[in-house]
Design a protein around this ligand. Structure first.
Ligand code: ATP
Ligand code: MG
Length: 401
């Protein structure tokens, strides 16, 4: 157990962060981390010269600090997180903290010290600190070589106004922007593999995500709804989803299936989904819809069909996976932690009433003609009103209703 207070130092990319943007970004990230780190023994989070410092409680074990750092690394807006100690601005103390940090950094054959001082009131410059602390650590770890280029471990030493921070363990973060700085989107969330990844990508760019799931209920069981809830809980861990609307869609699909030309069914279902999602976006004050579509992946994802579904709404439809191969999406879903859930079978409204030969090159006038047989506006209102709302923890999201 070390004598020094444990800290996690959060680094973010500063590119494009100027003036008001920068302040809003930092404040948002602090608030998001404060809420998301509730399960960890955190005392407080401060901004220190281009970094955020998460102070952990006295006696916090090394494994808990590492767990906390791994959690932070997955929060949008975090470029890197380092695990270490706070100590006085004193070379002896920094050396001792460096020894403690290196002892916990696992096996290494080489290291170097990278020092940085944000206040020139500290008399020793960074070059000198590298040499002095590097020499001291080298004496303490005679079997570990000093290596300037690509060492196994870089010991970071950061001297600020009234303290210094020393770390040896560092984890790459997922980058992006803190959730809440880029507005709000409504994401069409199936229980499949693609749409959770698409939703996450928008959250990673700072958007609050409100999910809409169309369930086959009452024509099917509610199995897909449970999977969507499991997926939302995974996204919730890093503050990437605010709520979901679960819309029972089965009876409406059935009515379309009974009367519309079979090859146009899928397009008509999808246009109705988009219209419902747009109405929810209006109620939620969201600026765009999001889908997990990827060009040519299935019949509905051709350019002609995308044109016909987009024509159902006037708000922008974002498709962050449009140019991504299925295997790449699967890898992202595995990293995100939703793949296993999405791989479970559940009859959702897409598998229900599927025609044998869906149209792949729909023409809008024909689609509009087929759609004119249905009281679409009334259906949209009914579907929105029958939606069940589930709330998740998204720190920036202001709840209403
Ligand atoms: P996914 O893996 O995301 O289900 P998919 O490859 O199965 O996608 P489609 O079934 O054509 O492809 O769906 C395309 C997109 O339409 C999905 O990514 C999702 O955004 C939306 N979508 C499809 N089904 C539903 C549903 N039941 N509820 C909400 N959105 C849906
Ligand atoms: Mg699907």
């Amino acid at each position: 157990m070390s004598d020094y207070q444990r800290i996690c130092l959060v680094h973010y990319h500063e590119i494009g962060l100027k003036g008001h943007n920068r302040k809003a970004f930092e404040q948002r990230l602090v608030h998001n981390l404060e809420a998301l780190l509730a399960p960890f023994p955190v005392v407080t989070i401060h901004r220190i010269s281009g970094r955020l410092c998460v102070f952990l409680k006295e006696g916090c074990p090394a494994e808990v600090a590492l767990d906390c750092a791994s959690h932070i690394a997955n929060v949008p807006g975090v470029a890197r997180v380092s695990c270490g100690f706070k100590c006085e601005r004193d070379i002896d103390q920094m050396t001792k903290a460096g020894i403690a940090a290196m002892s916990e950094a696992g096996h290494m054959e080489s290291f170097k010290v990278h020092a940085r001082r944000s206040h020139t009131d500290f008399p020793i410059n960074s070059q000198e600190m590298n040499q002095i602390i590097g020499g001291n650590l080298s004496d303490a770890f005679p079997d570990v070589a000093v290596k300037m280029k690509d060492p196994d471990v870089t010991v970071g030493v950061e001297v600020v106004q009234n303290a210094s921070y020393v770390y040896a363990r560092s984890i790459a973060g997922i980058g992006g922007l803190p959730v809440g700085v880029s507005g709000r989107v409504v994401s069409l969330l199936s229980s499949g593999i693609d749409s959770p990844v698409a939703s996450w990508k928008l959250a990673r760019r700072g958007a609050e995500v409100v999910g809409v799931h169309f369930s086959g209920r009452p024509q099917t069981s509610d199995a897909s709804e449970w999977l969507v809830d499991d997926i939302a809980h995974v996204l919730e861990r890093t503050g990437c989803i605010a709520r979901t609307y679960i819309v029972p869609f089965g009876d409406y699909q059935r009515q379309i299936a009974l009367t519309a030309p079979p090859e146009l069914r899928v397009i008509l279902y999808r246009r109705l989904m988009f219209k419902v999602a747009e109405e929810i976006a209006r109620r939620e004050k969201a600026g765009a819809l999001v889908t997990g579509e990827s060009l040519g992946q299935v019949a509905s994802q051709t350019l002609d069909n995308i044109r016909c579904t987009d024509a159902a709404v006037s708000c922008p439809v974002l498709r962050p996976l449009i140019g991504t191969d299925k295997l790449e999406i699967i890898r992202e879903a595995q990293r995100l932690g939703t793949f296993e859930i999405s791989s479970q079978d559940a009859p959702d409204c897409c598998t229900l009433f599927m025609p044998r030969n869906p149209e792949t090159h729909a023409k809008l006038p024909r689609v509009l003609e087929a759609e004119a047989l249905f009281p679409i506006d009334q259906w949209v209102a009914e579907l929105c009103d029958s939606a069940e709302v589930h709330d998740y923890r998204c720190p920036s999201y202001k709840r209403k209703r």
